[in-house]
Ligand binder design. Structure first.
Ligand code: SAH
Length: 242
């Protein structure tokens, strides 16, 4: 194990068994084992005050479902901060009401020492904890999950691949989707002809400049077709650079 990981994630959850899950496998898992990043899984039930380890209660005002108590989350957050003191920390509640997660937010999160994530369950958490502890809300997208855990795993996975040393080939980062607001060009490998479909000639030409041009054009075409919103942003930012 290395002494200090360059990036740490902390997860507050009522389902600690959900972690590390896929984060313990492949590139993220190897980097976790190597100490390039660290993961603290904090069981919210450890901060319950009754013998049944209750973390939730019925909503004031009535209605269906249960709400996670603010005192339980606060105690979990205090423990998290004391366990891993940091110069720079972001505290995030995964929530469908949050700012959508984008690659630029992922990049920002990779620059802080510790990201502390709160996973909701049931109807979510008591609103007061969000105000009292100045917690940001981040959403995975416009759909409703049954808990924040899959969202936390997705967010951590996206950040971890930006931690230096995690991906073997740092070059592959600079050509990816969302770089310059463009989606990535298509990839091909062997066999050269498969089910009657041949790999585009230019990719076998050995002509690096033409390959680069083809990929750029494909990136542009796919972005224009699939994500007009990204395309207009990309055009604007290129204009701004001229
Ligand atoms: N009643 C809430 C939904 C609760 S879903 C509402 O209508 O807004 C239970 C938990 O799942 C939430 O507390 C949140 O932590 C998580 N969750 C659900 N959808 C999510 C999404 N799109 N992004 C991030 N977290 C989400």
């Amino acid at each position: 194990m290395n002494a200090t990981p360059s990036w740490s994630a902390q997860v507050l959850t009522v389902l600690p068994e959900a972690f590390p899950g896929p984060l313990g496998l492949s590139l993220a898992g190897k980097a976790l084992d190597a100490g390039l990043w660290s993961l603290d899984v904090i069981d919210l039930r450890d901060f319950a005050t009754d013998k049944h380890r209750t973390v939730d209660d019925t909503p004031f005002g009535g209605g269906p479902g249960m709400v996670i108590r603010p005192d339980v989350v606060a105690a979990g957050l205090d423990h998290a901060a004391a366990h891993r003191p940091a110069q720079t920390r972001r505290q995030i509640y995964l929530s469908p009401r949050g700012t959508p997660l984008t690659q630029s937010l992922v990049k920002e999160l990779a620059t802080v020492d510790v990201v502390t994530l709160i996973c909701g369950r049931f109807e979510g958490v008591d609103e007061r904890i969000l105000q009292a502890r100045d917690i940001e809300e981040v959403s995975l997208g416009d759909f409703v999950l049954s808990g924040g855990e899959p969202a936390a795993i997705a967010l951590i996975d996206a950040v971890v691949r930006l931690v230096p040393g995690v991906l073997g080939d740092q070059e592959s980062l600079s050509e990816e989707s969302f770089e310059g607001d463009l989606l990535e060009y298509p990839h091909y490998t062997r066999p050269r002809v498969w089910e009657g479909m041949a790999v585009p000639d230019v990719l076998i030409s050995g002509h690096h400049e033409r390959v680069r041009e083809w990929r750029q054009n494909e990136s542009n075409r796919i972005t224009r077709q699939r994500r007009p919103d990204l395309w207009s942003r990309s055009v604007d930012s290129r204009k701004a650079r001229i």
